[in-house]
Write a protein that binds this ligand. Sequence first.
Ligand code: UGA
Length: 451
Amino acid sequence: MNLTIIGCGYVGLVTGVCLAELGHIVTCVDHNAEKIAMLSLGKSPIYEPGLDALMEKNMSAGRLRFTLNLAQAVSEADVVMIAVGTPPDAANKGKADLSAVFKAAQSIAPALRAHTVVVTKSTVPVGTGKQIKSIIERTNPQSTCDVASNPEFLREGSAIADFMSPDRIVIGVERDAAAHILADLYHPLTNQGFALLRTDLETAEMIKYASNSFLATKIAFINEMADICEQVGANVEQVAKGMGMDARIGEKFLQPGPGFGGSCFPKDAMALAQLAHENNVEPAILNSVIHYNLGRRASMAARVMDACAGSVQGKNIAVLGLTFKANTDDMRESASLAIIPALMAAGVHIHTYDPQGMANAKELLKGDIIWSASALDALTKADACVIVTEWQEFRELDWAHAREQMHQPLIIDLRNLFAPDDMAKLGFDYYSIGRKPALRQAVQNKTISAA
Ligand code: UGA
């Protein structure tokens, strides 16, 4: 099948590469000449594990190419996917900004063939599919194309595996003809037993928002449970485990942390709340998830200051991890963007390291920050360490050696990477989320009394 993807951002690029891997002929279009030049050389502008190798393989096999020529790519396509950005419109209470989507619909309309299916991959508010259809009909009254919704459920950092082994493929269509074409497109996956759910356009659009908002709610909920655990002396990790063993709840997305970030959950929860509001539904649950999460991210710096006995003025603090989660270089809505400026405002000297996010972070975090070459470098002479992102590299660090390099053996772990007692035994004062702090003094006292 011939497929054209409009937009070579995260979603467009991963989708294009993976559909080529499934055997389709894919052309990815973008208006950014620099990006197309880079992609045409086989270089991905984003960090996503496994993407470069898959790109190279499919480009060499002649199944994947990149172009600025939208009209030609669209005129050859059986399916055109719109995968441009839908950023939150700050001036409009976080409502999704659909200008790029509508512009894409307008640009593709004149070049569409009779039976092409125009698919929205971008996350768009309910009703957008119908608006795309009317833009196409207005721009090209001869067009008989179909419009469909096919939301993506890809997590940054594991997007290729998510695409190749989906929990479900959702297609929202108006007519059988479009359903058949999309069923053919995904046949290499449904053939292996992966489920495909057919709905109408509006329902597919809603499934995407409802899924992201539900996952965001799950995270906000476990974070609130962590707050309670800290006050009552319970262990949130075990609480999450015990809850997750109930098949009705499930164990996933119950990892407490500094609050959810990234380009999707915060944006989509806000956009859905705004959509609800415009349709006379007051989304009380969503509103409190959004509100709670913002407050949580903002409160993380105070947690660090508390662990430092209230005073951080003039201290050297190592911040390990900058990206919104591990295995990405994406800084959007990362907790580090709230924590670092607040610590700097309190007089902290920040030494920071992230395996992939430093270049993007440098664009967003200004001021007197020391960008370290490694985690150990950042920790050397530090008065405290704050772990913001759950990189495997931090789990594997030689912490006994790190402790010797630090000025004070204090860790505030916002991702619960370690068992508290293990860190206290290594000589750290260790504060984490939703669990009792583990203090080296307590371990020493226990050892003395046992002797
Ligand atoms: C999310 C969804 O998981 C994807 O299914 C969806 O396709 C994507 O948004 C999208 O709409 O494009 P992503 O933003 O890449 O994917 O990252 P997640 O792994 O979902 O993490 C989001 C945030 O929640 C991160 O800040 C992460 O640290 C946090 N999180 C996640 C937790 O704090 N606890 C958890 O248990 C899971």
